[in-house]
Write a protein that binds this ligand. Sequence first.
Ligand code: NA7
Length: 545
Amino acid sequence: MESFTATQDLDAVVIGSGFAGLYMNYRLREQLGMDTQVYEAGDNVGGTWYWNRYPGARCDSESYMYCFSFDKQLMQDWEWSGKYPEQPEILRYLNHVADRFDLRRNTQFNTRVIAAHFNEATHRWEIETDKGDKVTAKFLITGIGCLSSGQIPNIAGRDTFQGESYHTGAWPHGGVNFAGKRVGVIGTGSSGVQSIPVIAKQADHLYVFQRTPQFTIPARHHTVDKAFLDGVKKDYDAIYEKARWSNGGLPIDPIERSALAVSDEERLAVYEAAWKEGGFKFLFGSFFDIGLDRRANDTASEFIRSKIREIVKDPDVAEKLVPVDHPFTSKRALIDTDYFDTYNRDNVTLVDIRHAPIQEITPKGIRTEDGEYELDIIVFATGFDAMTGTFNRIDIQGRDGEKLKDKWAAGPLTYLGVTTAGFPNFFMITGPGSPSVLSNMPVSIEQHVEWISGAIAHMNEQGLVVIEADESAEKEWVAHVNEVAEQTMFMLADSWYLGANIPNKPRVFMPYPGGVGAYRQKCNEVTEAGYTGFTISKGEPAVAQ
Ligand code: NA7
């Protein structure tokens, strides 16, 4: 093994300073008194909400649930201004958290971790950054986000475009001026669906290059009803606790009603009411089997299709916007503000690239099989190399110099989505194989951070040095994740959940679809039984450094 000269020997290194990294830092430093260093690529905290500053960016969880619950006073003090939190406000919130708990003190910004190798002799991680830092740490913990490696498709001529171009996930801090401009947006996932209505109002003309039409539910975004928020604050503990044991990390009562067990009139009334109320309640609060049973799903899918046809005035445009090749919920469920209505505007053109694909990007714009669209700005709302992409950008090596990238070549292998066999003392906050992106992220992040800090506290108390997932436990967990995924609609579409948006990425369902409550229960059982599926040892024979 090459010698590694460290300038610092730490207890823990945390990568990232979004929701996950901020809270992990707080737990390790303030509650466990550990010597902790955080590295963050951005020049400030915020993670996803630092990078994704595109117009219309906001969270799909209601604001009162998109926040930390670890500090009761923080929950009482913070006032959200809208039903859904918008990106600038979430960023303000995370900056407030960083200030309040003094979390920047041990965070080095503008710094990417480029390598982390586990030294089997010392049982320490040897970590290197792009700024030349070389440190060792007993524990390495990633809070690198699930959607943080932007993906710009390799379209012929991409670099010849003479106008401006942007990816939604790396948006300029000063914003983009669309006034008087001909704008092309490629992509109609969450980022496209959120930004398209806003860009349409600013641009001279907007061309939307759509490959796959989307099912999306109106968000019904509005300012927060103060009385509602005050009520929430009186009952915050119970509300949050309900979310912790729910399916999606939101305080929505489980529904036992099947879409197939009610009359057509009753079903329609339920959908109409949910559509009117808006948001994810359409999915989680209408019928339990929309995501599980194809026939039940068809009723919801058809309802949304009928709404698209009702909203969009030009029947040809409406038909292009109606999703027919995948069921509702098989791709990430979306919520929107005026998305379909935007196609009624005179300055918006829908370009169906499923039937007339993009051939190339030219100096002047985008050429499809139907012709050339001249543009001043191209917005790539084309998504991310999700869940594993950011891990692959770091040279992470475990025992025997095994590279994480190689271990995961056929898809990510984890135990509980928080550890991976052969990589001791390495924890992933909301890693692949955990509910993560299928849940309200702060709820999942807090659960992981608390589980990880519990494991570390246990080791510290017992004088234990090395924790490592067993391969057999990992195998069982991966099989379980796949088995649950097979029962859902998720397998029926090409989505980033399955890695389908990245050329040559293995088609494996990455998040855990069993629900945050069931998942929490499993993690608790593992802990209570003395960390089943893990080997925790004193790490002997350890060699002094
Ligand atoms: P998504 O959901 O991955 O959406 C990307 C969009 O870009 C989607 O409509 C894709 O079409 C389209 N796309 C991707 N590559 C191409 C190429 N090569 N040509 C044309 N169109 C393309 O990313 P988002 O940023 O919107 O959202 C990511 C997540 O962030 C979101 O789910 C939330 O969890 C937050 P496709 O559907 O693949 O045909």
